[in-house]
Design a binder for this molecule. Structure first.
Ligand SMILES: *[C@@H]1O[C@H](CO)[C@@H](O)[C@H](O)[C@H]1NC(C)=O
Ligand SMILES: *[C@@H]1O[C@H](CO)[C@@H](O)[C@H](O)[C@H]1NC(C)=O
Length: 295
């Protein structure tokens, strides 16, 4: 990772977008061009007072009041669905000083997406268990990668600050293809390079096993349920590298989606996990609707 020293004070401001040196890639057609290729993208820092929300199912829930009395207007970083969120919504949030992280599934086919018909049959693997209408993708395929490049271009055209490519950990599942951790590292790196080239930050979603191999390439992490699975410490390399871990737990379980606050004991267990020190932790319903409890 290249961090330009003169910009460090700006980096410490956290939410300030800044100019950073892009990794230099040799251009085959013009390898005499020595001018630095500056890329501008958001480089968030760990910040315990920063609030994020992962509202993929409901969008930015204006007027929502969390059980601690805080409201959706206090959210600094919104994780929103790339396809379902309009350019206008994103612009309106940014006008209020918020950042928008646009979610899409990079490692699964979702039959309802507008570009679903562009995936060749040969790239579609097993169903995702528990997620109707989704199938694992062969992320090694160039056809899949060019579709994801288009999705990242869509994110750029909508003005997203970052992308949140999901389901990169096929190796942990039964995708129907012999996907390895190295395939995942390669894919996450590809997605980050594409995002950076378009002026967007990119993250690692889940995939604890590859943290050390991609922490230098992505700008933040999104983790689901590391408290539940006892693997929060695996994500500490992000904090050490000065990159935030946006962490969500679903202590009510898979099926209990209601607006009730969790007990004080549950909240303590989720919010005071030793391994999750420095993370931005939130409590949500697993369907990622508008309900939230902040730590
Ligand atoms: C941390 O986030 C809060 C909320 O957005 C912001 O007011 C504050 O300036 C941030 N601190 C740093 C050091 O970036
Ligand atoms: C996969 O899911 C589809 C519906 O999305 C279903 O029709 C099909 O039977 C499932 N296949 C297997 C092997 O479970």
């Amino acid at each position: 990772m290249f961090t330009p020293t003169p910009l460090l004070p700006l980096i410490l401001l956290g939410l300030t977008p800044l100019t950073s040196g892009a990794p230099t890639t040799a251009s085959s057609s013009d390898d005499c061009d020595l001018s630095p290729r500056a890329a501008t993208y958001w480089q968030p820092k760990p910040n315990s007072t920063l609030r994020w929300d992962y509202s993929l199912a409901q969008g930015p829930t204006t007027g929502f009041k969390a059980s601690d009395g805080s409201s959706s207007s206090t959210v600094d970083v919104w994780g929103l669905d790339l396809f379902d969120t309009s350019k206008e919504t994103i612009a309106a949030l940014q006008k209020q000083g918020k950042k928008v992280v646009c979610y899409f599934s990079a490692g699964s086919y979702e039959e309802w997406r507008s570009d679903a018909s562009s995936f060749p049959k040969s790239t579609l693997g097993n169903n995702l268990s528990g997620w109707a209408g989704e199938r694992w993708l062969d992320v090694r395929a160039s056809s899949v990668r060019s579709i994801m490049t288009k999705r990242i271009a869509l994110a750029a055209s909508k003005g997203c600050n970052a992308v949140d490519p999901d389901n990169v950990d096929g190796y942990n599942n039964k995708p129907g293809f012999p996907l390895t951790q190295t395939d995942a590292v390669n894919y996450v790196t590809f997605l980050a390079d594409q995002a950076h080239a378009k002026g967007l930050a990119s993250g690692l979603k889940n995939g604890a096993e590859i943290v050390s191999r991609v922490v230098g390439k992505v700008d933040y992490a999104v983790n689901e349920q590391c408290v539940e699975y006892g693997e929060c410490a695996s994500w500490q390399p992000f904090i050490k590298a000065g990159k935030p871990v946006f962490h969500v737990e679903y202590p009510k379980g898979d099926d209990v989606n209601n607006n009730k606050a969790v007990s004080a004991a549950t909240k303590k267990k989720v919010c005071q996990n030793a391994g999750a020190k420095g993370f931005n932790t939130i409590i949500k319903n697993m369907n990622l609707d508008g309900w939230i409890q902040f730590c």
